[in-house]
Design a protein around this ligand. Structure first.
Ligand SMILES: Nc1ncnc2c1ncn2[C@@H]1O[C@H](COP(=O)(O)OP(=O)(O)OP(=O)(O)O)[C@@H](O)[C@H]1O
Ligand SMILES: [Mg+2]
Length: 234
């Protein structure tokens, strides 16, 4: 479904991602865990084409999309939820959702009603301005908006950022439900491994310059919590 083969990504002359390879199977939920600045967001940007890699292959369902413009990649059924969420501040919750309808070009049947079913708080606040929402509500809106594009692959950048532990748990359980019920393939990046555990079954451990330090299953982390600390010092 998603397969990176030896990608190299730069910001100007700064070589941020060096020879990164990873893969996410159809219907799988996978996380990339790593500290600040290792290249997690840049990995997402490399996949969606915002910062295209200079080398390697970015395979989406077997098609190499490296160098494609982002809108074309999105049309393959990808949705990207950036850490900053990018909610339109002057639009209501509902308007934010309506604008995203069908944008991803996927053929699912997501609608306002279905998004409100998953996130009742968004239904209650449908007339509120986007930025009048709490951090958690904004995260739900950002995810709801991604769903309106009927994605088959969702890229989530640090969904826990700025949320209280209770809200984090809530968002994590909704996302993990919707992946298992709708067969959405999920790649998320996190600094907080506890959240990654709640949402993904397999985890890549990323060190500096995007160098992968290993790969673990949730069960291995649950059995040995020090594993992550030893490997990543997070
Ligand atoms: N637009 C940019 N121009 C130049 N360098 C950048 C740019 N964005 C990120 N970088 C650099 O690239 C490296 C990787 O950044 P990236 O944002 O991918 O890390 P990250 O793992 O997502 O970190 P965080 O956990 O803080 O979000 C960092 O050294 C960062 O300073
Ligand atoms: Mg980041």
């Amino acid at each position: 479904m998603i397969k990176l083969e030896g990608i190299d990504t730069y910001y100007g002359t700064s070589h941020v991602i060096q020879n990164l390879s990873l893969e996410v199977d159809t219907g799988e939920a996978v996380s990339i865990l790593g500290r600040n600045g290792v290249g997690k967001t840049t990995t997402m940007r490399s996949i969606i084409g915002l910062t295209p890699p200079k080398k390697g292959r970015v395979l989406i369902n077997g098609t190499d999309v490296r160098g494609w413009p982002p809108h074309k990649i999105v049309h393959l059924g990808l949705a990207y939820v950036p850490a900053e969420r990018h909610i339109f501040p002057d639009l209501s919750v509902e308007e934010n959702l309506i604008l995203a309808q069908g944008q991803g070009g996927g053929d699912g049947d997501w609608s306002l009603d279905k998004v409100y079913e998953y996130f009742p708080v968004l239904g209650q606040r449908r007339r509120s301005g986007g930025t009048k929402l709490s951090g958690g509500e904004q995260q739900m809106l950002a995810i709801g908006r991604a769903l309106m594009g009927n994605p088959t692959i969702m890229l989530l950048d640090e969904p826990s950022q700025g949320l209280s532990p209770i809200l984090v748990a809530k968002v994590a359980s909704i996302v993990s439900d919707l992946c298992s019920q709708h067969g959405i393939t999920l790649l998320l990046v996190e600094q907080n491994f506890r959240i990654a555990l709640a949402m993904a079954g397999r985890h890549y451990l990323m060190g500096t310059k995007s160098k992968l330090q290993g790969e673990v299953r949730s069960q291995e982390i649950i059995e040995d919590q020090e594993l992550i600390k030893r490997t990543l010092a997070v």
